[in-house]
Design a protein around this ligand. Sequence first.
Ligand code: UDP
Length: 253
Amino acid sequence: MTVDALSGVTSIRVLGVRVDDVDQSMAAERIMAMAAVGRPHQVVTLNPEFIVRARRDAAFAAVLEAADLALPDGVGIVWASYILGTPLHGRATGVQTVLDLAVSAGERGLSFYLLGAAPGVAEAAAARLVTHAPGLRIAGTFAGSPAPEVEDETVARIRQAAPDFLLVAYGAPQQDLWIARNKERLGVPVAIGVGGTFDYLSGRVAWPSPLWRRLGLEWLCRLLRQPWRWRRMLALPRFAFLVFASRLRGGPK
Ligand code: UDP
């Protein structure tokens, strides 16, 4: 384990990828603290698919390494931390972190911009967030596209809206690469890749019930509801195999 002297956050490595030991109780507070520092920050919400991808995608791995905060979103990351002998305190899911951050932002009159997901979904997610966190301002919503050809226009929209927090829902790795390419010119203190969070907040996809979540089986729930994801989810057994292999070789590699 290493301790970042500046922030006091402890990190571990899972198959070479840095994971910050920031659980749900601390995640929103950490992100809020970033907003007070005058430079752009990037937050990534890691799950096993990210880590498997990073092993064969050097550009994505570099973005994860450079992130200011790498949250353990997927339960598989916490499971791996135990297997590797470097246990994390717990998870910080994208959905709950966004809900908690909305409350803190609402108390301070700060604003969110919601970028990504299918047309109409970001608007519905924003409405849910404002109900959950009165006082939260929505600086804008835009489905847009992660395609590099249209990002100048998207960046111009966001710059004009000048939000405090930008949530990007293009799925990994596109959302995280998009933020890394554009963060210096966005003029936004904190940008977070949030994956399917808007789909859940909007109700477009049902969030797994507390029982599924407590059992750490959201991935199974998701596979049952969105069976077309099976090919992508082959990353999960691959991840488990790689974690055990790493453990047999003597720990985090
Ligand atoms: N998405 C998008 N444009 C794209 C690809 C994905 O807006 O070109 C959105 C998609 O609608 C969904 C979100 O990205 O709301 C996250 O997708 P997914 O659930 O696949 O991501 P994960 O949570 O697995 O990272």
